[in-house]
Ligand binder design. Structure first.
Ligand code: C5P
Length: 235
């Protein structure tokens, strides 16, 4: 089994990110670089983390016209990342352009295409806010609608909340990779994540990958925390 743990490097400096990556690389499947770290540290942080041998999930949630998203995806493939995110609400043409750019640039670069992951409805949005921007105010229905559209546009993966996994598994093809943040272990339930599952519960519900930030990088001993989570998965 692949190691499904993706550690979110939500830290402000290159030094801290690299220190964590070097310490954790043997125990995790990949590292997630988001907007904060990428905006401060740039593509060099991706190269430095790839140099540890670890896989990289570049979580920049692209949302733009199809041509621009395709070019951004192509740049990410040339940086040699293994996962990237786009907003499914950018529409079907944008999603198809992103997947096509991933496949074609990977072929040209002699690499495997990264997994282009669709983000459906941000978990920070509630029904009232969806209505404000003119969308279906039923969050679950909107998530399912965008997930189905993403699947029809040949995306091979989606980001979803732990509590969406079971419902999405019922409507999506089995091969669809589900990546899930909002993971908490028994001892660390007291931050801003409200709807959480344990690592094992999320995998049993049908997740393929777990995005875990504070329970690992915020632990007294991040390496021991990652090892304990891996052991809890029985792998
Ligand atoms: O520290 P924590 O484990 O909550 O980190 C989770 C990571 O997943 C963060 O990088 C956060 O931005 C991201 N994320 C999330 N919930 C979402 C989408 C992304 O927590 N719905």
């Amino acid at each position: 089994m692949q190691n499904p743990i993706i550690v979110a490097l939500d830290v402000p400096t290159t030094d801290r990110a690299l220190q964590l990556a070097e310490q954790l690389a043997p125990f995790v499947g990949a590292f997630k670089i988001g907007s904060e770290l990428f905006t401060s540290a740039g593509p060099d942080i991706v190269r430095a983390i790839r140099a540890t041998g670890a896989s990289v999930f570049l979580d920049l949630k692209f949302h733009d016209i199809p041509n621009t998203v395709a070019k951004a995806v192509a740049s990410a493939v040339r940086l040699d990342v293994q996962m990237i995110t786009i907003h499914t609400s950018g529409g079907s043409q944008m999603m198809r352009a992103a997947e096509k750019a991933a496949q074609e640039t990977a072929l040209q670069s002699g690499r495997n295409a990264p997994l282009v992951l669709g983000v459906t409805v941000l978990t920070s949005l509630d029904g009232d806010e969806l209505r404000e921007v003119g969308l279906d105010n039923n969050v679950g229905r909107q998530v399912e609608r965008l997930a189905t559209l993403a699947s029809n546009c040949d995306l091979r993966g989606l980001v979803c909340s732990p509590l969406e996994i079971v419902g999405l598994r019922q409507i999506l093809p089995r091969e669809m990779q589900l990546v899930t943040p909002g993971i908490r272990t028994g001892s660390d339930k007291s931050d801003d994540q409200k709807r959480t599952l344990s690592p094992r519960e999320a995998m049993e519900a049908g997740a393929n990958w777990l995005v875990i930030g504070r329970p690992i990088y915020g632990a007294e001993d991040p390496r021991a925390a990652a090892e304990a989570i891996l052991a809890s998965l029985g792998s």
